[in-house]
Design a protein around this ligand. Structure first.
Ligand code: UD1
Ligand code: UDP
Length: 359
C-alpha cells in the first residue's frame, strides 16, 4: 500500500511522526510538506527531534491570506499527487494544509483518510472549524480520537466512514512520557522551579487578530504576578508589535520550543493557560490543570472534574480560573490506548484489501 501524507503546520509534524513510524513498518509513504510553517523552530525542529523522515516534496507555499494560501497549496499539490498516484491520501487535524490536501485529493478522485476527524467547536467563524467540517465530508475514512467525535460525525450522517481509533497525540505522549520527568534543563536556564510557574501559549486568530482580546489576555497574565513562561508563536509576536502591546515584567517571552521541551514545560508547570487545542489536551494527559483562553473547546473531555476551565479573554475569569485549587479527582483516560496510529494503518490496509471505500 502506498500512502501520501500531507503536513504543513507544527502539530501535524508531531502527529505524522507517530503515524509514519507505524505506516513504514510494512508500507510505502510519500511525505508532502506544504510549507505552511517554515521557520526552523516551527518545522525543522520537529523533523529532527521526532525522526520524521525528510519530506519527499516541500511545496514551499509559506504564509498568506487564507484563500491565497489554500489556493497555492491546491495548485502545487495536484501535480504531485497525480505523479505519486497513492492508494490513500492522509491528512491531519484542521489547518489550511489539511483542507488543501483533502480537496486536492478529492478533485483527483483519490481516497482520503482524516486523522483527528469529528472534532467540532460549532463556531464557523473559526478557520479550523470550516477546515475540519469540509475535510470530514470529503474523506472516505474518518479516524476519531474520542466518542464525542464519533457522535458529531453520526449527527452529520457520516457514521459509516467513522472509526474510533483513539488519539494519535496520546500515542505520541506515551512514547515520550518517561523522558520528561528529568528534562529540566530549560527550567534551570529560565530560573524556574517545578510547579512554581505558569505556562502560556496564544496563537488563535480570534485572540491574536483582535488587539482588544490580545491586550486583555496579556493583562490577565500580568495579574497572575508569578512567573509566566510564554513560548511565542510568530503570529502573536507580530500582533503584539503591531498593536504596541508590551508584556508585563512577570511574563517571560521565549522563542517557540521543541516538542519535548514543550511537554516538559507543561508537566512541570503549576498551570497551563492556552488557546491551543493540542496543548489543552497534553496538559490534561500530563495532570497539569489548564485554563483555556477561549469560550469553547473541541476537547470537552478535558473539562471533566475541573482539569480544564473555559475562561475566554476576560482577565477576571482568567485569573480566577488560574487561582482555583488543584482538582482532587483523577483525570479519566479517554483518549485511547496509545496504539491509535497502528489501528489507523490497519484500517487503511483493510479498506484497500476489501475495496470498502465510500466514494
Ligand atoms: C496554523 C493553523 C492553526 C494551528 C497552528 C499551529 C490554519 C488556518 N491555522 O495557525 O489551526 O493551530 O497553525 O501552530 O491553518 N509565520 C511565521 N513563520 C512560520 C509560519 C507562520 O512567521 O513558519 C507567521 C506568518 O506571519 C503567518 C502567521 O505566522 O502569516 C500565521 O501562520 P499560519 O500558518 O497562517 O497560521 P497559524 O497561526 O500558524
Ligand atoms: N508545541 C511545541 N512548542 C511550542 C508550542 C507548542 O512543541 O512552542 C507543541 C505542543 O506541545 C503541541 C503542539 O505543538 O504538541 C500544539 O500545536 P499548536 O498549539 O501550535 O496548535 P494546535 O494544537 O492548537 O492546532
Amino acid at each position: 500500500m502506498k500512502v501520501a501524507t500531507v503536513v504543513g503546520a507544527r502539530p501535524q509534524f508531531i502527529k505524522a511522526a507517530v503515524f509514519s513510524r507505524a505506516l513504514r513498518k510494512e508500507h510505502q509513504e510519500t511525505l508532502i510538506h506544504t510549507g505552511q510553517h517554515y521557520d526552523p523552530e516551527l518545522s525543522d525542529v520537529f523533523f529532527q527531534e521526532l525522526d520524521l523522515p525528510q519530506p519527499d516534496h516541500n511545496l514551499g507555499v509559506g504564509s498568506g491570506p487564507h484563500g491565497q494560501q489554500t489556493g497555492e497549496m491546491l495548485q502545487r499539490l495536484e501535480p504531485v499527487l497525480q505523479q505519486e498516484a497513492p492508494d490513500w491520501v492522509v491528512v491531519f487535524g484542521d489547518t489550511n494544509s489539511t483542507l488543501a490536501g483533502a480537496l486536492a485529493a478529492a478533485k483527483l478522485g483519490l481516497p482520503i483518510a482524516h486523522v483527528e476527524a469529528g472534532l467540532r467547536s460549532f463556531d464557523r467563524s473559526m478557520p479550523e472549524e470550516v477546515n475540519r467540517v469540509l475535510t470530514d465530508h470529503c474523506a472516505s475514512l474518518l479516524f476519531c480520537p474520542t466518542e464525542t467525535a464519533m457522535r458529531h460525525l453520526a449527527a452529520e450522517g457520516l457514521s459509516e466512514r467513522a472509526h474510533l481509533t483513539g488519539d494519535i497525540m496520546f500515542d505520541s505522549l506515551q512514547q515520550h512520557r518517561k523522558l520528561l520527568e528529568d528534562r529540566t534543563d530549560l527550567l534551570e536556564r529560565l530560573g524556574l522551579q517545578r510547579k512554581g510557574y505558569f505556562l502560556a501559549t496564544v496563537h488563535r486568530a480570534a485572540n491574536t487578530d483582535d488587539p482588544t482580546s490580545l491586550a486583555r489576555i496579556v493583562h490577565a497574565l500580568g495579574d497572575l504576578q508569578d512567573a509566566v513562561v510564554l513560548p511565542l508563536h510568530p503570529r502573536t509576536k507580530a500582533a503584539l508589535q503591531a498593536a504596541d502591546i508590551h508584556l508585563p515584567p512577570n511574563v517571560k517571552e521565549i522563542a517557540p520550543v521543541g516538542y519535548l521541551d514543550m511537554l516538559a514545560l507543561q508537566l512541570h508547570a503549576r498551570m497551563v493557560l492556552t488557546d491551543s487545542g493540542g496543548v489543552q489536551k497534553e496538559a490534561y494527559l500530563l495532570g497539569t490543570p489548564c485554563v483555556t483562553l477561549r469560550e469553547e473547546t473541541e476537547w470537552p473531555e478535558t473539562l471533566v472534574n475541573g482539569w480544564n476551565v473555559l475562561a475566554g479573554t476576560d482577565p477576571k475569569r482568567i485569573v480566577e480560573a488560574a487561582r482555583r485549587p488543584q482538582p482532587q479527582v483523577e483525570a479519566p483516560q479517554v483518549f485511547g490506548n496509545g496504539r491509535a496510529a497502528q489501528r489507523m494503518v490497519d484500517l487503511l490496509q483493510d479498506d484497500s484489501l476489501h475495496g470498502k471505500r465510500i466514494d
